[in-house]
Structure formats: structure tokens, C-alpha cells
Design a protein around this ligand. Structure first.
Ligand code: CP
Length: 305
């Protein structure tokens, strides 16, 4: 049976650390890995738009000497004719050695994994999980901080629909000394299953607040997120929430000298472009790091390393 990645918890902390170690070695010694996937193929099955995740998976496989194939929208695949994800992965498993799938329906990559003879990676399923973004986030935190422990982490924005936040919390509660400040409007608070089954159950300290300025002085990390327009049922409600948080250089003056600003991107307007010049802005570094961790993940799931 192939090994899949649906949720960050599919890897133990030890396995996650090994994967991050491998990513660090790839970053340091890219030539060592430039042929290791020769003859292997990655399929990217994206039923929902993406820039970073799809292209970084493709870049990762190319960096490893492999090849890529796939589609970037449901409309350009036979999903538009009514084909199920379970049939699609059976078919794509005849063409590729590993599959990265993004889907607007929560659990769709999991259903695909049940029917696949090759590893399936959840590249984002609805408002549920985004485990490979979490690997990039963990790698960035570990690289910049030296370790992942004893950190106060502010998560700001759309905590209800933001799948990157859900995956990151699930992964981080396994590390020592992690505290969360959950900053959101009332309407976009963290889902109950994360609050009760993840934070409360693991006795992880957390506070919920609405104003970013109130949280700022205590934070080691500020993880900004976009208001997830595509998950709203009502355009009017989205327009009301859009612009609720805009991180500015003035607000950055309230932050600690070493605080890092992360964002999974895409950014709409929740971080002012002025903040990009701030040495604490690390979101483009996250993008680069995502390539190394996706290379490491491909090698791990293909059991090449
Ligand atoms: N971070 C992220 O998932 O970006 P994309 O939607 O562009 O893949």
C-alpha cells in the first residue's frame, strides 16, 4: 500500500523533523538530488486555482530530475463530464508515480487515496487542510528560529475557512511551549473542532481576540491569512469582511524586534506592500522554502530517501 499525506498528523513529529532535515540538505546541496527522480513522474490534479502549490510541486519534481503532467482546473479535465476522483486517480496512477491533488470538496483527496495505487498528497481540500503548506511553514519557523518551541504565535484573519491555519495548529500543538493568539472577527473564528478537539484536548494555551494591535507586542510570529472569498456563500458578507485586517508598517512598530511575519499567500490587501521591506517579513522566503519541503516529501513518499 502506498503512503499518502492528507493531514500533518500523518507524519509523527520525528518523521516531520526528518523530512525537514532532508529539506535542509536539499537546500544546501541541490546538485546531490538533481537526478534522484529520473524516470519518475508527478501528476498535479488541481480542481481549484493555485499558483504556488501547483507550480512549486512541479518545480520540486523537476529539481529532482523527474517529469510532471496534470491539469490545472476541473473544467479542463473529465471531471467536467462527471468523472469521479476515485476513477480519475485509478487512471492517473497508470501515468504517474505520485499525485498531488487540490479539490474544493473537503475530503476529496482522501477519497482519492483510498482508490490509488500511487501516493496521493492533499494539496488543499476546501476549507479543511493544507498539509504541505504546513511543512513549508514549519521549515520556515525552524530555519529562522533554530527550533520549533516556546513560541507565541498569532494567527490572524479568516480562521474559519483558512485551511492553512487548521493544518498549522494541528501540527504545532505537538511541539513544546507553543501558545496561540487567534485574531479574527466574530464571524470568522476558528472552527469548534479545532478549538475543542485540538487546542482544548491538548491543553494548549490560546486566547481569542479581534484587534491585531492588542496582540502584537506579545507575538514571536504573526501568521496573516487572506479572507477566503471562494468559501463565502454570500458576496455581501465577503465584502464586509474584506479589509477587516490590513497589516501596516505603523502596526509593525508595536511588534517585537525578532517577530516574523508569515503568510501562506496569495495576499489580497491584508498586508500592506510597505511591510515587504521590513526585515521581519518572511512570506516570500516561505514560498522558496516550500520547494525544498515538497522535494523532500516527494522523496519520502516515493521511498527514495
Ligand atoms: N499557499 C497556497 O496554497 O497558494 P496557492 O493557492 O497559490 O497554491
Amino acid at each position: 500500500m502506498p503512503r499518502h499525506l492528507m493531514n500533518p498528523l500523518d507524519f509523527t513529529v520525528e518523521e516531520t523533523e526528518e523530512l525537514l532535515d532532508l529539506a535542509a540538505d536539499i537546500e544546501k546541496n541541490p546538485d546531490k538530488y538533481s537526478e534522484v527522480c529520473r524516470g519518475r513522474r508527478l501528476a498535479t490534479l488541481f480542481y481549484e486555482p493555485s499558483t504556488r502549490t501547483r507550480l512549486s510541486f512541479e518545480a520540486a519534481m523537476m529539481n529532482l530530475g523527474g517529469k510532471v503532467l496534470g491539469f490545472s482546473s476541473a473544467a479542463s479535465s473529465s471531471a467536467s463530464k462527471g468523472e469521479s476522483v476515485s476513477d480519475t486517480v485509478r487512471v492517473v496512477g497508470c501515468y504517474a508515480d505520485i499525485i498531488a491533488m487540490r479539490h474544493p470538496k473537503e475530503g476529496a483527496p482522501y477519497v482519492a487515496s483510498l482508490h490509488s495505487k500511487v501516493p496521493v498528497i492533499n494539496a488543499g481540500d476546501g476549507g479543511h487542510q493544507h498539509p504541505t503548506q504546513t511543512l513549508a511553514d514549519l521549515y520556515t519557523i525552524r530555519t529562522l528560529n533554530g527550533n520549533i518551541r516556546d513560541l507565541t504565535i498569532g494567527l490572524c484573519g479568516d480562521l474559519k475557512f483558512g485551511r492553512t491555519v487548521h493544518s498549522l495548529i494541528e501540527a504545532l500543538v505537538r511541539y513544546p511551549g507553543i501558545r496561540f493568539v487567534l485574531i479574527s472577527p466574530q464571524e470568522l473564528r476558528i472552527p469548534d473542532y479545532i478549538r475543542n478537539d485540538v487546542l482544548e484536548k491538548n491543553n494548549v494555551p490560546y486566547k481569542e481576540m479581534e484587534k491585531i494591535e492588542d496582540a502584537m507586542p506579545d507575538l514571536d510570529i504573526l501568521y496573516m491569512t487572506r479572507i477566503q472569498k471562494e468559501r463565502f456563500f454570500n458576496e455581501e458578507e465577503y465584502l464586509r469582511m474584506k479589509g477587516y485586517y490590513i497589516l501596516t508598517e505603523d502596526m509593525m512598530r508595536l511588534a517585537r524586534e525578532h517577530m516574523m511575519v508569515l503568510h501562506p499567500l496569495p495576499r489580497v490587501n491584508e498586508i500592506s506592500v510597505d511591510v515587504d521591506q521590513d526585515p521581519r517579513a518572511m512570506y516570500f522566503q516561505q514560498v522558496q522554502n516550500a520547494v525544498y519541503v515538497r522535494e523532500a516529501l516527494i522523496l519520502t513518499l516515493l521511498e527514495i530517501m
